[in-house]
Design a protein around this ligand. Structure first.
Ligand SMILES: [Zn+2]
Length: 198
């Protein structure tokens, strides 16, 4: 029988995505056994992130600095901008190292069902970024869901009046596919074969 403190830790871990009560208990046991090599580094890392967590005021990414490390990276190509629904999608694309440009996180997708309207997403901010100029291509990297595609069409219309090439990820994305769950090969293929929005 564990103390209340340990039980509280187990329960907190069990609420994380991908962990259940059983793996949470195993993680807690591991942390207790490896105090110096696992528990203390984890504690320091959590504290550091908790102290510095911020949402990037330029792109909407979540990072420990504002502007985020992608927006602040001078090696990134300012001329191409990739629009994604969620931070998880940005991270998936960035992990795959396929896209050398900048990102923009909408914070969701349009949904009549869930009552998500254009003004609920980072769309005005996107339009202002494009209106400011210097961007040649906007890649609409929405998920291959009905709502993702509705969002992409809406964005294409909003961006039509600017002198930018608007492309979207190639088909080949599984229908209903969420970017974050795709293997990197599939994602790479979709990014390389991106095509103009019809
Ligand atoms: Zn940023």
């Amino acid at each position: 029988m564990a103390s209340q403190e340990i039980e509280a830790l187990s329960q907190a871990l069990a609420r994380l995505p991908g962990l259940g009560p059983r793996s949470a208990r195993r993680a807690v046991l591991h942390l207790m056994k490896k105090r110096q090599t696992a528990l203390e580094p984890l504690l320091a890392a959590l504290q550091n992130v908790a102290d510095n967590l911020s949402t990037c005021s330029i792109c909407g990414n979540v990072d420990t600095s504002d502007p985020c490390s992608i927006c602040a990276d001078p090696r990134r190509d300012d001329k191409s901008l990739c629009v994604v629904e969620e931070v998880a999608d940005l991270w998936a694309l960035d992990r795959s190292r396929l896209f050398p440009g900048r990102f923009h996180v909408l914070g969701g997708r349009l949904s009549a069902l869930e009552g998500v309207r254009p003004e609920d997403l980072g769309i005005d901010k996107l339009v202002s970024r494009v209106a400011a100029g210097g961007i040649d291509e906007v890649v609409l990297a929405m998920n291959a869901t009905l709502e993702g595609q509705t969002t992409a069409h809406y964005l294409a219309e909003r961006l039509e009046r600017f002198p930018v090439r608007i492309t979207q990820l190639a088909h080949g994305l599984p229908v209903g596919g969420e970017l974050d769950y795709l293997d990197e090969g599939t994602l790479a293929q979709a990014m390389r074969a991106r095509r103009p929005v019809a």
